[in-house]
Write a protein that binds this ligand. Structure first.
Ligand code: DGL
Length: 277
């Protein structure tokens, strides 16, 4: 199976890393929209527009499935991507539903807290999915935007990330219950988060999503191929990406995203009409 992995930039390599371990043997094509990262601070409309153009490019590569690794894109654009991909027979798997299912499975008592970008928290897709499954659940979201540059800078241990985490997580420091890492970059901060939130159970959406892919497409004995496309320069992607993926990305090419075509263009124009009316 050829699986496209879509992310706003580098962070989704944590999802690819989980896929390579948990659902090995498929042909993975990772597309990181490094020219337009971050998605986490952008409006819903912009995230939908960007996501449709990335997915349109992946469709040209004949993928059978698109894994939307970016939590912000999964929050705002999943329905649009599903609508555009369905007529083409391309499956779409986002990170939110798998993260929510894993969180509910781990949950025993207390609250469920979602950590993510500004956009992911404001868009409330995690919060709504949790509450739809268990209406009486105590659910809160906390945006932790500085975690993204810290992870990319490699400042994932020591005083600085611990101080940042303590500041963001002040309201929940002693809380037990489940904390969902609703952003591609946060798995790199797991040691710090475990230290700052000693009583909480951390759920990583990347791992949960890889299990869903393994269930749907199985694991293969063959060594699948792994390739990458990026929309900005390759150097930084390879250098920073090595830490996220656990190995250096090779087979990286630059792509220019063109305007979405076919069903992607149709969904985009319907969406733009609705959002302007
Ligand atoms: N990939 C994004 C996410 O998981 C984080 C980086 C960004 O803001 O684009 O939400």
């Amino acid at each position: 199976v050829k699986i496209g992995v879509f992310d706003s930039g580098i962070g989704g390599l944590t999802v690819l890393s989980a896929l390579m371990k948990i659902a090995p043997g498929h042909d993975y094509l990772y597309l990181g929209d490094t020219a337009r990262v971050p998605y986490g601070t952008r409006s819903a409309t912009t995230v939908v527009r960007y996501s449709l153009s990335v997915a349109s490019q992946l469709a040209l590569e004949d993928v059978n499935c698109i894994v939307v690794a970016c939590n912000t894109a999964s929050t705002y654009a999943l329905a649009a991507l599903e609508t555009a991909c369905a007529p083409l027979g391309i499956d779409v798997i986002g990170v939110i539903k798998p993260g929510v299912t894993a969180a509910l499975n781990a949950y025993t008592q207390g609250a469920i807290v979602v950590l993510g970008t500004e956009g992911t928290i404001r868009g409330k897709a995690y919060q709504h999915a949790l509450m739809a499954a268990r209406p009486n659940l105590d659910v809160t979201g906390i945006a932790c935007p500085l975690f993204v540059p810290l992870a990319e800078e490699g400042w994932t241990d020591g005083e600085i990330p611990a101080a940042v985490a303590e500041r963001y997580l002040r309201p929940i420091l002693t809380q037990s219950g489940v904390v969902i890492l609703g952003c591609t970059h946060y798995p790199l901060l797991i040691p710090v988060l475990n230290q700052v939130l000693p009583n909480a159970t951390l759920i990583d959406s990347a791992t949960a999503t890889a299990h869903v892919v393994a269930q749907r497409f199985g694991k293969q004995e063959r060594p699948g191929s792994i390739s990458f496309q990026v929309t900005d320069h390759i150097d930084r992607f390879c250098r920073v990406g090595t830490r996220f993926l656990g190995l250096e990305p090779t087979q990286v090419t630059w792509v220019d995203l063109v305007a979405p075509s076919g069903t992607f263009a149709e969904v985009l124009s319907t969406y733009m009409e609705q959002s302007s009316s």
